[in-house]
Ligand binder design. Structure first.
Ligand code: 5GP
Length: 110
C-alpha cells in the first residue's frame, strides 16, 4: 500500500518529500497530529533494516524532528511509534514511523 503512495498511484496528504523519504497524514488519525514517515525503499519492517540503511534511518529521525517543529509539537512533546509484526500492531507491511502529537499520550500503550 505505501509503495503505491510512494509512487503517486494512491493520493495522500504529503507533508514532506525527498529522494529517500515521504511523510503524509494518516488516513485514520489517532491524535490531532498523526503523520507517517516512510522510506521510499521498500522494507517490510524494522527487521529488514540492513547495514546500508543506517543513513536512511537517521534521516527518517531528522524528518520526524522537522515535522514535529513544523506542527508545533516541540513544547508539548510527541511520540514516535514503529509497530512491528502482528502482536506489535503492524497492519501495513512497509516500514513506517508514526509521529503522534497534539494530545497527552498514555503509558503503557494499548
Ligand atoms: P500500522 O498499523 O502498520 O502500524 O500503521 C499503518 C497505518 O497506516 C495506520 O495508522 C493506517 O491508518 C494507515 N493507513 C493505511 N492505509 C492508508 C492509506 O491508504 N493512506 C494513509 N494516509 N494512511 C493509511
Amino acid at each position: 500500500m505505501f509503495c503505491r503512495i510512494v509512487s503517486g498511484e494512491v493520493p495522500a496528504e504529503i507533508l514532506h518529500e525527498d529522494a529517500e523519504i515521504l511523510a503524509f497524514r494518516d488516513i485514520n488519525p489517532q491524535a490531532p497530529h498523526h503523520i507517517l514517515v516512510v522510506p521510499r525503499k521498500h522494507m517490510d519492517s524494522l527487521l529488514q533494516v540492513e547495514e546500508g540503511d543506517m543513513h536512511l534511518l537517521g534521516r527518517m529521525h531528522q524528518v520526524v524532528a522537522q515535522l514535529a517543529r513544523q506542527n508545533g509539537l516541540v513544547d508539548e512533546g510527541f511520540r514516535v511509534v514503529v509497530n512491528t509484526g502482528p502482536a506489535g500492531g503492524q497492519t501495513v507491511g512497509h516500514l513506517h514511523f508514526h509521529l503522534l502529537g497534539g494530545r497527552d499520550m498514555r503509558w503503557p500503550p494499548g
